[in-house]
Write a protein that binds this ligand. Structure first.
Ligand SMILES: *[C@@H]1O[C@H](CO)[C@@H](O)[C@H](O)[C@H]1NC(C)=O
Length: 246
């Protein structure tokens, strides 16, 4: 939202009680649109992304259907759609927000309708040592604090390297997870120094320590707005115990 996104659509297969509270409070403001997606009531979906390993009636909870549904749902109301996971932040590195990034990219590539953004992993096991953003008030909140993870892996460029997409929905006919299958315009790979995905998760390159990783504090540029806004969202959802009254 701090990057200028003004609507989020989530396809809800199922969720735990804390996330449910958070989603309900975001939907009340109209910012979040929840599409009920209880696919397991109708089919037995595979639980992993690799069909040959997981089997089932439909690939990975019907992810491909949800992505395409989202593109068509957005066609008459959004200039751009980001197709990414809930734990991936599509982060501009030379612009303050996504709209000014897209204005620049679109001017340079007027016929492009699909922009591919590289995924970059920030291992959740490697912590920033000063603990500057270790906030005790968040200790009881489930999950982890992305501000504490500022070390980025170099992707293994000898292997397949996944992207996620920013698309102009009106120029897209059919999408997949990491690429577009049918589109009217051209596709452009955005250089990682212009925009990349900040993805805090388990390491993909084995056990590396901070010295073997790249320090990247881009998220910290947002801390003054991010922290109070996260507090507000957690409070609204009842996930932050408020300060005891004096
Ligand atoms: C998400 O789906 C689950 C399972 O159908 C439901 O229990 C839950 O309330 C839904 N949450 C939201 C925010 O829609």
């Amino acid at each position: 939202r701090l990057l200028g996104v003004d609507r989020v659509v989530i396809y809800n297969t199922s969720c735990g009680p804390e996330l449910d509270l958070l989603f309900q409070s975001y939907s009340r403001t109209g910012f979040l649109e929840i599409v009920p997606w209880p696919i397991d009531l109708f089919l037995s979906p595979s639980w992993g992304w690799l069909y040959s390993l997981s089997g089932g009636d439909v690939h990975y909870f019907g992810q491909l259907a949800t992505l395409n549904e989202c593109v068509y749902r957005s066609m008459d109301r959004s200039r751009y759609v980001l197709l990414n996971d809930i734990d991936e932040i599509i982060m501009p590195y030379q612009h303050n927000n996504l709209m000014s990034l897209m204005n620049t990219l679109q001017q340079q590539h007027p016929k492009t309708g699909v922009f591919l953004i590289e995924n970059h992993v920030f291992p959740k096991t490697v912590f920033e040592p000063s603990k500057r953003f270790h906030l005790p008030k968040w200790d009881e909140v489930p999950g982890f604090n992305i501000l504490e993870h500022i070390y980025r892996e170099d992707p293994d460029r000898t292997k397949y390297h996944p992207h996620k997409l920013i698309v102009q929905p009106r120029l897209v006919e059919q999408v997949s997870v990491h690429d577009v299958l049918k589109a009217f315009g051209t596709t452009y790979k955005v250089p990682p120094d212009v925009c990349r995905i900040i993805h805090v998760r388990g390491s993909l390159r084995g056990k590396l320590d901070a010295k073997e990783l790249n320090e990247d504090t881009r998220l910290w540029d947002f801390h003054e707005k991010l922290i109070p806004n996260v507090d507000k969202a957690l409070e609204r959802a009842g996930l932050l115990r408020s300060e005891p009254a004096l």
